[in-house]
Design a binder for this molecule. Sequence first.
Ligand SMILES: NC(=O)c1ccc[n+]([C@@H]2O[C@H](COP(=O)([O-])OP(=O)(O)OC[C@H]3O[C@@H](n4cnc5c(N)ncnc54)[C@H](OP(=O)(O)O)[C@@H]3O)[C@@H](O)[C@H]2O)c1
Length: 310
Amino acid sequence: MKALLARSYGPLDQLEIGEAPQPVPGPGQLLVRLEAAAVNPVDVALVTGRLRAELPVRHPFIPGVDVSGVVEAVGEGVTGFAVGDAVIAWNGVPSGAFAEYTLVQANGSGAVRPGGLDARHGAALPTGALTASALLDEAGLTPGSTLLVVGATGGLGGYAVQLAKRAGATVLATGRAGDSDYLRHLGADEAIDYNTEDVTARVRARAPDGADVVIDVARAGPALAASAAAAKPGGLVVSPLGGPPSFDRDVTARYTGTTTPPGRLAELAGLAATGALRAEIGAEYPFAEARQALTGFAGRHIRGKVVITF
Ligand SMILES: NC(=O)c1ccc[n+]([C@@H]2O[C@H](COP(=O)([O-])OP(=O)(O)OC[C@H]3O[C@@H](n4cnc5c(N)ncnc54)[C@H](OP(=O)(O)O)[C@@H]3O)[C@@H](O)[C@H]2O)c1
């Protein structure tokens, strides 16, 4: 089969489409023929080697964690999926979605793609929506809560804005100057230009004590202190990137990553199929240009997800 290959750790320019053995599904696994896949920051990190200590990969390495396609074969013991089913899945590491075929763990990380959700928008869902959902679990929003989302135009933040609105929160969202309409279209009550505006002052103009929760998907480590400054005393900062265990004010830090609770991806896919959750596609590339999809993702301002079609 054809696959996007990294022969070693190194820059994205090294990626090339080459031949790789078609995988064979083991117990509990699905063999999926790709129709679409989506690009995530982790793909870039796994190719370049930025995460080699925590998440080493074997070479030649096929990146790609967001899968959308059709079940070609099922492994022993698989239930709930049949050959010919349209599915979406989150592959995590070992990845492998940027190829004609990939293996998916049926339990937990895969879901049947409902009618009403096409393959491209299905691909745009797994990492972004699952991780946003995990962040929202930590945020514990209630109707009337005020939430600031930092990094709201990206593949993860856009879902956080939408899911928070569904939870009844007032949502303030950061983006660039030209992103205001996009952020409002996602449901944000206010759009804040993080380049030119004082984000904390804008939050305090709306919620004088600060936001109940700040979900920050853009900054890591000590830089998260800026998010703590926008949260109210007793409030929360929630991040998928990690940072200090505590802040120098009465604000709690909570860190989480992509999780696949049973039924969660199917639930999110159901919302997307009815239009209650929008999977935004900011750029699209044919598989023949998969390398450009990754370099474009890493180098450009994208609203929503970058999708590769097969
Ligand atoms: N732990 C996990 O399991 C997990 C899972 C998923 C994602 N993540 C991490 O979460 C982060 C976001 O993921 P993503 O898919 O949304 O990435 P993305 O699509 O690249 O989006 C990143 C967003 O952050 C914004 N941003 C960058 N620098 C900023 C700054 N200084 N202030 C405010 N906003 C800024 C970007 O806006 P501009 O385009 O204007 O720069 C963009 O909206 C990534 O670092 C990813 O690795 C972790």
